[in-house]
Design a binder for this molecule. Structure first.
Ligand SMILES: Nc1ncnc2c1ncn2[C@@H]1O[C@H](COP(=O)(O)OP(=O)(O)OP(=O)(O)O)[C@@H](O)[C@H]1O
Ligand SMILES: [Mg+2]
Length: 348
């Protein structure tokens, strides 16, 4: 993986891979991955358990070798230029090992001492600042073995923050944190990004990624299904129309003629309100009974995007009594279910 064989360096990208792959024996953990993490972004690396996030991150950091493909981190080819690249990268990967009988502070002092670029004269101040930044100031003198999982996770993040970094790579930083801790980590990541640090953060929680990331890459079974800005991904979603009507069969017939739903006959009504957060995102499914004898019928407008007014006009022309009409963007979660064929945890 010499400089000449790497992807053409793109100054706008903090992380860039081409055809990156990793196999363990016969198992393909990561395949053909072209990652593009823009400078200054907070890039959410999203995927369910076992989709290859940690393996990818370990390859980016030179912690494990790639089976195929090329990597650039902050413009340098990895792992060849690791010595120049890694000091500019702060990382949290699967909980660093801490000495259990040293305090949090003493652990960081020790880790910082191992960084030959870290000036000893400012060590104490940098350690304390990092502990404060992750909310561990009050527990700095507690021994690491007495830290909760969440506290250990914060100590790991503090370790990544000991020196100013151009890139932070955080593998599931919210692991083991309670909701309050999760919020704090989110706020911390956003504040780091405001300071100009690029952040690559993995997660299996869509809601978390949605709240802190500008960009997103979705992994499933070792492959990157899509990447781009969060806004791009939202815009990709098709829109849905919801019609509230006492004439659901008639309405379904019209929608079917417009090519929006399969012919209504035989399609079961959903038992729950379609607005319930756990309602399955069934495309083009007829929906539940609404108030006053009216029934809600839903349909996807399709990627081509049939105009909503066309739908209303067709319904009215067919004497469907339209009591309510709504156009809604598919949620990001709908998009992910479409992409991965599986749901993500949405709870924090
Ligand atoms: N050292 C290893 N030896 C063999 N297989 C491995 C090894 N590390 C990872 N794998 C396999 O590679 C696949 C991807 O694992 P990886 O840890 O990268 O997923 P992940 O997206 O980080 O999952 P999680 O959300 O659970 O952390 C999994 O099927 C896993 O079993
Ligand atoms: Mg992982």
């Amino acid at each position: 993986m010499s400089d000449g064989t790497g992807p053409r360096p793109d100054a706008g990208l903090a992380v860039q891979t081409e055809g990156l792959g990793k196999t363990f024996g016969r198992q393909r953990a990561v395949a053909d991955l072209d990652l593009a993490v823009p400078q200054g972004s907070v890039y959410g690396f999203l995927g369910p358990n076992g989709s290859g996030k940690t393996t990818t991150i370990r390859m980016l950091l030179g912690l494990t070798s790639a089976t195929s493909g090329t990597i650039r981190v902050l413009g340098g080819a990895m792992p060849d230029q690791a010595r120049d690249v890694l000091p500019r990268v702060g990382a949290l990967v699967e909980g660093p090992a801490f000495y259990p009988f040293l305090s949090g502070r003493a652990n960081l002092v020790r880790l910082d001492s191992g960084d030959r670029r870290a000036p000893a004269s400012t060590r104490r101040a940098r350690v304390d600042a990092a502990l404060d930044r992750v909310g561990l100031g009050h527990a700095a003198d507690k021994k690491a073995h007495a830290y909760s999982l969440g506290m250990k996770q914060r100590l790991g993040i503090a370790n990544a923050l000991l020196m100013p970094r151009d890139l932070l790579v955080l593998d599931e930083p919210s692991n083991g944190l309670d909701p309050q801790g999760t919020r704090e980590v989110r706020a911390l990541i956003r504040s780091l990004a405001d300071d100009g640090t690029t952040v690559l953060v993995s997660s299996h929680l869509l809601a978390e990624v949605e709240q802190m990331c500008s960009h997103i890459g979705v992994m499933s079974a070792g492959r990157l299904l899509t990447q781009g800005t969060l806004d791009d991904l939202r815009a990709l979603g098709t829109h849905r129309v919801r019609v509230l009507t006492p004439d659901p069969d008639l309405a379904r017939g019209v929608l079917a003629r417009l090519g929006l739903v399969p012919d209504g006959s035989g399609s079961p009504a959903l038992p729950a309100s379609p607005d319930a957060p756990d309602a399955p995102a069934a495309p083009a499914a007829p929906a539940a009974t609404g108030s006053a004898g009216a029934v809600r019928v839903e349909a996807d407008l399709g990627v081509e995007g049939l105009a909503p007014e066309t739908v209303v006009a067709a319904l009215v022309a067919a004497d469907v009594r339209v009591r309510g009409f709504e156009v809604a963007g598919a949620s990001l979660e709908d998009r992910f279910v479409d992409l991965t064929g599986e749901g993500f945890d949405v709870a924090g």
